[in-house]
Design a protein around this ligand. Structure first.
Ligand code: ADP
Ligand code: ADP
Ligand code: ZN
Length: 223
């Protein structure tokens, strides 16, 4: 590990496996997953001003404004646990967010170790997102077909029997989210390639195969 905290970015469309892989990296490398989607859903649930503005936008599958997302991210980056190093999951998603991240990192003398693009086919995304659910207690992610709990109806990690599905995880909304990805987020792949930090992973394989590819990249980029 470097002396300054590691900064890893996971890029990829909805359903690519960013959240699943980020949680695995947290456990393996002691990094902190920072998901703007999770932070926004928490703001919506708490009924904060930002959450009230974000709710309808998220339900429509569009991107929440840069101002709101950046304010939420800055607050989270100011918490002490991020000193262990972060995995940015679902951020940045626009060119403005990417340049704001550069400025934020420059202030604290940090740099991006790697921006890892999880590459998947659009057609697979609808199935991945439509079958997604999570443990209501610990947030562990599951899938109706691709990742079922060892014991039906019981979370592997915490034993809870309560699960939830996201309001925006339906076939219609995922199409809008994929469009937003291609129009606003995919251009960041070139942005990070130009900086020399881009890594690409074939994320069509099984969860463990993707995790193995990711492991080598994380080890090499934080060595
Ligand atoms: P993202 O955070 O990129 O939107 P998730 O990690 O939540 O994606 O994964 C979306 C859904 O697909 C989840 O239900 C997850 O269990 C499942 N999933 C994740 N990675 C894979 C994979 N490599 N193969 C099949 N299903 C996967
Ligand atoms: P997924 O990985 O499945 O696309 P996320 O949980 O990352 O889901 O995001 C869910 C929704 O939250 C997005 O469709 C968008 O409305 C909003 N969102 C999350 N992160 C950002 C971001 N960095 N910028 C703008 N909107 C965001
Ligand atoms: Zn659980």
């Amino acid at each position: 590990m470097t002396t300054t905290p590691a900064v890893l970015i996971l890029l990829g469309p909805p359903g690519a496996g960013k959240g699943t892989q980020a949680r695995m990296l947290e456990e393996k490398f002691g990094l902190v997953q920072l998901s703007t989607g999770d932070l926004l859903r928490a703001a919506v649930a708490a009924g904060t001003e930002a959450g009230k503005k974000a709710k309808a936008v998220m339900e429509a599958g569009a991107l929440v404004s840069d101002d709101i997302v950046l304010a939420i991210l800055r607050d989270r980056m100011a918490e002490p646990d991020v000193a262990k190093g972060v995995i940015l999951d679902g951020f940045p998603r626009t060119a403005a967010q990417a340049s704001a991240l550069d400025s934020l990192l420059a202030e604290s003398g940090q740099k991006i170790n790697a921006a890892i693009s999880l590459e998947v086919e659009d057609d697979a995304m609808v199935e991945r997102v439509s079958g997604r659910y999570t443990c209501a207690e610990c947030g562990e992610g599951y899938h109706d077909t691709f990742k079922v709990p060892e014991k039906a109806g019981v979370c592997d990690k915490c034993g809870s029997t309560e699960f939830k599905r996201r309001a925006d995880d339906n076939a219609e909304t995922v199409r809008s989210r994929l469009e937003a990805y291609h129009a606003q987020t995919a251009p960041l792949i070139d942005y990070y390639a130009a900086k020399g930090v881009l890594k690409r992973i074939d994320a069509m394989g099984e969860i463990e195969a993707v995790a193995a590819a990711l492991d080598s990249i994380v080890k090499a980029s934080t060595a």
